[in-house]
Design a protein around this ligand. Structure first.
Ligand SMILES: Nc1nc2c(ncn2[C@@H]2O[C@H](COP(=O)(O)OP(=O)(O)OP(=O)(O)O)[C@@H](O)[C@H]2O)c(=O)[nH]1
Length: 566
């Protein structure tokens, strides 16, 4: 017997998310909420039930949003609380904002020891802009050096939220978690929806199931949906018949129907996740409606080449990439090839973490070995015929003191300066204390140049780079040095040069080794000696002429992986 969801009218529903800086305890709090409402059993093994992927568990980060519907009794009444999990990382900020648009409120979790961090601020503003009720939750009060009063003051100062609104808890021990649920009911308004209007549903996440196709997570803004309905996607204009609807508990539980104000899943024979993109609106074919605002297709910001370590692995890797992208419509895929690395792909990602997670999943879930080249960022080109921050071409925007020990700095950075090792440098310079977050600020004009790398005068296609004019010299030098270290000596000298147009800006030389061709000639036969020497010089000439330098693949890989790491 399928549950009848009509027993939860909109006024008994609360839709909310938990947002937090990484590691401040979002998943632990979610586990406690699931336990308290009896959604999952209270056993010792409830560690981060909502983080399903292996990479998520390993890295302790949430990559894919997971959602759960909880039923909670308060003052003699049953409420349906939909906990909409959001990806915690900035790379997924569009997905965060879509998930938030299915909510009326958020729990803003802040670590009682670390206080406000970069992603606390970024996430707060996403919620604030979406005009959600914000409930500050100070977590980890059980820690020895927890200082919840200091964090309360930070919250008041930075977010203008009165400190008596903060709820102090230990998600780990379960202390005071019940008052979080009560605050959700009392402080977050029910969704403003209408069941009598025709169906209007927001897709805020989607996953691919091998047997059933796309499972779309939806929030209903209007109307009702049930099995057999003919629906349409506003984005693709394709029609589908609904096979199944249900709620997430957090595993799928099919229901008779879903009603406006509710959150659940829908299966309708969509073949891959590009047919159910985050932000899309679904409606009844017979009753077209205005799509919900704010839809954007995912926009990749960071690009990298992906190649099989061995070309015989090409087909395996191809099918692994195809399968993974079935689940992640935000990765763009273009076939590419490189003289050094063979046939491969150029993939576009939302950000660095997204790229690393994708790579890790390729290796872990599909058992492939891949070469991932150093990431690059997109440029727009117009064709005509120190200090860490300073060195990164940044412009300071503002500075806010959060308290005596903490300051928040806002800078405008060229994306390419932060894609490679900015985060690591920042962490090491600040002994781990600084946290960092970013958002896209659009294209800006810059003095960029195209830099070629030449081996004995021949440009090497795979090493062409776009660099800022002022950095060309040091980047060129780094690449030349890197190549010098990894090119084996050959029969002739190799000049490694970095060039902008016809101007050489850096040079390294790999000395020839003189093969001792005379070693086997003892004394005597001078003509034989001369013949051998002549052949050796000819050999050199021939190789030079056609630029046939034997560059081992490893040398390229080394340079391609690390070229901007300085
Ligand atoms: N002492 C203490 N530790 C906690 C508490 N809540 C969470 N932790 C620990 O803090 C770490 C991070 O907690 P998570 O729940 O994984 O943090 P998260 O915010 O979900 O992290 P992301 O998924 O990466 O955003 C884990 O080791 C938890 O056990 C708490 O109340 N007290």
């Amino acid at each position: 017997e399928k549950p009848d969801m009509s027993r939860f009218p909109a006024e008994d529903i609360r839709n909310f998310s938990i947002i937090a800086h990484v590691d401040h305890g979002k998943s632990t709090l979610a586990d406690r909420l699931l336990e308290l409402t009896g959604t999952i059993d209270k056993t010792k093994n409830n560690k981060q039930v909502l983080d399903k992927l292996q990479v998520e568990r390993e890295r302790g980060i949430t990559v894919k949003a997971q959602t759960a519907s909880l039923v909670y009794s308060f003052e003699g009444k049953q409420y349906l609380l939909n906990l909409i999990d959001t990806p915690g990382h900035v790379d997924f900020s569009y997905e965060v904002s879509r998930s938030l648009s299915a909510c009326q409120g958020v729990l803003l979790v802040v670590d009682a020891n670390e206080g406000i961090q970069a992603q606390t601020v970024a996430n707060f503003f996403l919620a604030f802009e979406a005009q959600l009720s914000i409930i500050p939750v100070i977590n980890k009060i059980d820690l020895k050096n927890a200082d919840p009063e200091r964090v309360e003051k930070q919250i008041e100062k930075v977010f203008d939220i009165p400190s008596d609104e903060c709820i102090k808890i230990s998600a780990k021990l379960g202390t005071n978690v019940e008052s979080v649920l009560q605050a959700v009911i009392e402080r977050i308004p029910p969704p403003k929806v209408n069941r009598k209007n025709p169906l209007r549903a927001l897709v805020f996440d989607s996953t691919f199931d091998q047997y059933r196709g796309v499972v779309a997570n939806v929030a209903l803004f209007d109307g009702v949906v049930s099995k057999g309905d003919k629906i349409m996607s506003a984005h693709t204009q394709k029609t589908y018949e609904v096979n199944e609807v249900g709620v997430l508990n957090p595993s799928e539980q099919s229901t008779q129907k879903l009603y406006a104000g509710q959150v659940g899943y829908l299966i309708a024979g969509m073949k891959d996740v590009t047919e159910a993109q985050v932000g899309d609106t679904l409606y009844l074919q017979s009753h077209p409606v205005e799509p919900l605002p704010g839809f954007k297709s995912a926009k990749p910001m960071v690009f990298a080449g992906v190649y099989p370590v061995d070309q015989s692995e090409y087909n395996n890797l191809k099918s692994a990439i195809e399968k993974l992208t079935l689940n992640d419509s935000s990765v763009t895929v273009h076939r590419d090839s490189s003289l050094a690395l063979g046939a491969g792909w150029r993939l576009g990602f939302l950000g660095l973490l997204h790229m690393e997670v994708f790579n890790q999943r390729l290796e872990q879930e599909y058992n492939t070995s891949v070469i991932l080249t150093a990431p690059t960022v997109p440029y727009k080109a117009v064709l005509s015929s120190a200090k860490l921050i300073k060195a990164r071409r940044a412009v300071q925007k503002n500075m806010i003191f959060i308290d005596q020990n903490r300051v928040m700095l806002k800078y405008l950075f060229p994306l390419n300066e932060i894609v490679v090792d900015f985060y690591d440098s920042l962490k090491s310079l600040s002994s781990g204390y600084a946290s960092f977050d970013y958002e896209d600020a659009g294209y800006q004009t810059a003095e960029l140049v195209k830099m070629d790398i030449l081996l004995n005068g021949n440009a090497v296609d795979e090493l062409v780079t776009v660099v800022h004019k002022e950095k060309a010299y040091s980047v060129g030098k780094t690449i030349c040095e890197g190549l010098k270290d990894s090119l084996p000596r050959q029969l002739f000298e190799i000049a490694i040069q970095a060039a902008i147009g016809s101007k050489i800006i850096a040079r390294e030389t790999v000395k020839a080794y003189r093969k001792n061709v005379l070693a086997k000639c003892y004394g005597g036969d001078i003509t034989r000696k001369m013949k051998l020497l002549k052949r050796q010089t000819e050999g050199k000439k021939k190789l030079r002429k056609i630029g046939n330098i034997e560059v081992p693949k490893d040398a390229f890989i080394k340079v391609l992986k690390t070229r901007s790491n300085k």
